[in-house]
Design a protein around this ligand. Structure first.
Ligand code: J2J
Length: 525
């Protein structure tokens, strides 16, 4: 089964509680266009679109997709930089019931090829050249019926040509309980896992997030992180500010020299960053010439934010810090804007919903004593019940009664706030970018000089963690070197952020009592 539905009794409860309101993203945009027509919705580069324009553009592009017979349930891999067209494309896909697969701009042929093949995608929508990388060259190695390019199309279909003025006919509009898109999991498995989110459940998380963050029609959200990531998409992100009738500014880069002038020009009130960027921004603010006084809330999440740094950023940027601990699988926690300072700097917040169920358990799934650290399991009105097409993995990633095993180690305070104290999953969190150790290990094992390998996180002052690969060379042939292995991974089309920062060549890997490689031992070296 490709999508594990919510059990009927839970779905019933979530509807009765008013969490699931029977809306879809396509209908939401239509309503917002009716209510806020002439107000600006999206800004980026030379584009400045009102709600009516965004709505019309989504309709036109939907007709273009329909012409290509892209329709209900079809998957479309979307890889676009931060620009308004990202939203035009995904709303058009929502309208025809096709499922965007949210790739990140940093992904290369290994990831994009996998998404296209695994989802049997109908199309790949991308840009021409971004950050010096030609996405049309990447497209050449894909097996996908259509490649659609925003920009100079080369041999492919120009996005522009799909903006047609004709009504979409013969397409059944998606239902609120249908899967709206596939989001990417940070993951700890050999291949990335995909997360099916429904209109109903995702809209609830967006609405709940917008309320917690106090968004209204005067809110201005700056999208500095990659638009496709769950945090700037929905926590409350661009979708949250569109829900509230405010406007979003798409920043092409997250750096202060790009973002500070945008904050001044657009009167940005809220933005979201990962910890390393928050530290850079706080530092840059001390000698910035731009006026940042419109900024009211700085959200920081995606990775552990050191308490010392958390204490500094609010005062440095003249705004309220909000910590956000979320996951694309569902559960999102926020410190509240009126929480006392010690909770804001010392915790990662509490869940959106009163019906987010939180269990903190030991290695045998037994609840720990209140306040003690343990594995975080969760179930609720916007947390998935299974990954897309992953029956076997789902058996271990979820409990029998549907709790998602987050892989995070947390403790809970009496106030309900969670503190993330560690991680049990085999993943590296490189400043918010998630890397599955096993995925990188599999690629390294394909090199002829590599006998065995183990990839672990090592602490880093700036990124929080970096990646170190321990490599056991094969006897007899040429010895592997770091530059050779790095080039090899790049040539296999692996995203740059997954390429190990450090290599260590060793004779053997330490093992545990049962003979498994001891990552704990490697990490503590
Ligand atoms: C420590 N670890 C954190 C935090 C996420 C909002 C914000 C973030 C994400 C996200 C998201 C953390 N402190 N504040 O989807 O909507 C780690 C945990 C978690 C994993 C999820 C959102 N915030 N993490 O980061 O799917 O390990 O989502 O399980 O990318 O990031 O990663 P991801």
């Amino acid at each position: 089964m490709s999508f594990v539905p919510y059990p009927a009794d839970f779905a019933e409860r979530y509807r009765a509680a008013g969490y699931w309101r029977g809306e879809t993203f396509g209908s939401l945009l239509r309503e917002r266009a009716a209510a806020f027509g002439d107000r600006v919705a999206l800004v980026g580069g030379a584009d400045r679109w009102t709600y009516s324009e965004l709505d019309e553009r989504a309709d036109r592009l939907a007709a273009g997709f329909a012409r290509l017979s892209i329709g209900p349930g079809d998957r479309v891999v979307v890889q676009l930089p931060n620009r308004p067209a990202f939203y035009e494309v995904i709303f058009a896909l929502f309208r025809v019931g096709a499922l965007p697969v949210f790739a990140l701009p940093a992904h290369r042929s290994a990831e994009i090829g996998y998404f296209c093949a695994f989802t049997e995608a109908s199309a790949y929508v991308t840009t021409d050249v971004h950050d010096g990388f030609d996405h049309r060259e990447l497209a050449a190695v894909l097996k996908v019926p259509y490649v659609i390019v925003d920009g100079d199309p080369g041999p492919y279909i120009p996005l522009e040509s799909l903006r047609v003025s004709e009504p979409v006919t013969g397409v059944r509009p998606p239902r609120p309980g249908d899967v709206a898109f596939l989001q990417l999991s940070g993951g700890s498995t050999g291949t990335p896992k995909l997360i099916p989110r429904t209109h109903d459940d995702y809209l609830y998380s967006v609405r709940g997030s917008a309320e917690i963050c106090g968004l209204d029609a005067d809110s201005v959200y700056l999208c500095a992180l990659p638009a496709a990531h769950n945090f700037p998409l929905s926590s409350p992100g661009v979708l949250g500010v569109l829900y509230a009738g405010g406007h979003a500014v798409m920043a092409p880069r997250p750096t202060p020299d790009t973002c500070f002038p945008l904050i001044e020009r657009e009167g940005v009130t809220i933005t979201a960053l990962v910890p390393p960027l928050a530290i850079i921004w706080a530092e840059a603010a001390t000698h910035a010439t731009a006026d940042l006084s419109s900024l009211r809330v700085l959200q920081v999440g995606g990775a552990t934010f050191a308490e010392e740094a958390a204490r500094r950023v609010g005062p440095a940027l003249g705004c309220t810090l909000q910590q956000v601990f979320g996951m694309a699988e569902g559960l999102v926690n926020y410190t509240r804007l009126d929480d006392p300072a010690d909770l804001v700097v010392g915790t990662q917040g509490r869940p959106i919903s009163p019906d987010d169920e939180i269990l903190i358990v030991d290695d045998d799934d037994r609840p720990v004593a209140p306040g003690d650290p343990g594995h975080l399991l969760t179930r609720g009105p916007y947390t998935i019940r299974g990954y897309y097409r992953a029956e076997e993995h789902n058996r271990t990633a979820f409990t029998g009664d549907g709790f998602y095993r987050t892989g995070d180690i947390v403790r809970r305070l009496a106030t309900g706030h969670l503190v993330v104290v560690g991680r049990a999953k085999d993943q590296i969190n490189r400043g918010g970018e998630k890397i599955s150790a096993k995925e990188v290990e599999n690629h390294l094992l394909a090199h002829p000089t590599v006998l065995d390998t183990s990839v672990v996180a090592v602490p880093d002052d700036y990124l929080g963690e970096r990646t170190r690969a321990y490599v056991v060379p094969r006897d007899g042939g040429p010895a592997p070197t770091a530059p050779v292995l790095r080039r090899f991974l790049r040539e296999r089309g692996l995203a740059a952020y997954k390429i190990p920062d450090q290599f260590a060549f060793v004779d053997t890997l330490p093992t545990t009592a049962v003979g498994k490689i001891s990552k704990g031992d490697l990490r503590s070296r």
